[in-house]
Design a protein around this ligand. Structure first.
Ligand code: AMP
Length: 224
């Protein structure tokens, strides 16, 4: 099962992605996670990517496209993959489509989580990452997924871990606006990539403004 998942930063894409990943048992490949792992390990790829990520810009296609196409060739992807954060623009969508056609690989589903820009921005700024699992949903601005208070400390609502942090690029409004500018761009940005697949694959669109449970229920119904 080969799946792409799209949604603006703040749409709950990571959370829904983790649910889809469990349903199909395929690796959840997140471009942003791969970059952040390389940055923390101070690899040459991480050093190159860091400045772009800090500014909220896309890492150039000549770095990102081969990185992902090579990742899809690894053994754990033999039975499929869930790709999250790629493609992020029209050029990446075209490169992926060409690579899939060449390998005679089918794209089974393209998931689009639809959310307006203002709501997405508010959600990003409230997002808190749990050290045990970044996909544990915690957001100080959303009642349904507010972190818990325990003995005067703010802890992960899922596992109780005390190590909750905000990503630096989640607190930088310029970086958020840039990332959303790229996402909502229907000419060459991420929505252009989504539209590109609407003509080529089965695209499932879900309303991301609802709670985590409602969104996943809608998604599971449509995936069934
Ligand atoms: P994310 O965790 O998906 O929000 O990604 C964090 C950052 O990684 C983005 O703001 C970009 O700088 C970079 N990034 C992630 N995916 C891509 C991609 N497909 N192409 C270029 N840069 C990317």
């Amino acid at each position: 099962m080969n799946i792409l998942i799209f949604g603006p930063n703040g749409s709950g894409k990571g959370t829904q992605g983790a649910i889809v990943q469990k349903k199909y048992g395929v690796p959840h490949i997140e471009t942003g996670v791969i970059f952040r792992q390389n940055i923390s390990k101070k690899t040459p790829l991480g050093e190159k990517a860091k400045a772009y990520i800090d500014r909220g810009e896309l890492v150039p296609d000549d770095i990102t496209i081969p990185m992902i196409l090579n990742r899809l060739k690894e053994d754990d992807c033999a039975k499929g993959w869930l790709l999250d954060g790629f493609p992020r623009n029209l050029a990446q969508a075209e490169a992926l489509w060409i690579a899939l056609e060449k390998e005679k690989m089918k794209l089974d589903y393209v998931i689009e989580i639809d959310l307006d820009r203002d709501t997405a921005k508010k959600r990003i700024m409230g997002r808190r990452l749990c050290k045990m699992d970044n996909n544990h949903p915690n957001n100080i601005f959303i009642d349904a997924i507010k972190p818990h208070e325990h003995e005067g400390k703010t802890v992960c609502r899922v596992c109780g871990c005390e190590d909750l942090s905000a990503r630096a690029d989640d607190q930088d409004t310029n970086a958020i606006d840039k990332r959303h500018g790229i996402y909502y761009d229907t000419k060459t940005g991420t929505l252009a990539a989504v539209n590109y697949f609407k003509e080529r694959a089965k695209v499932i669109t879900v309303n991301g403004s609802k709670g985590v449970k409602e969104v996943s229920e809608e998604l599971m119904k449509k995936l069934a």
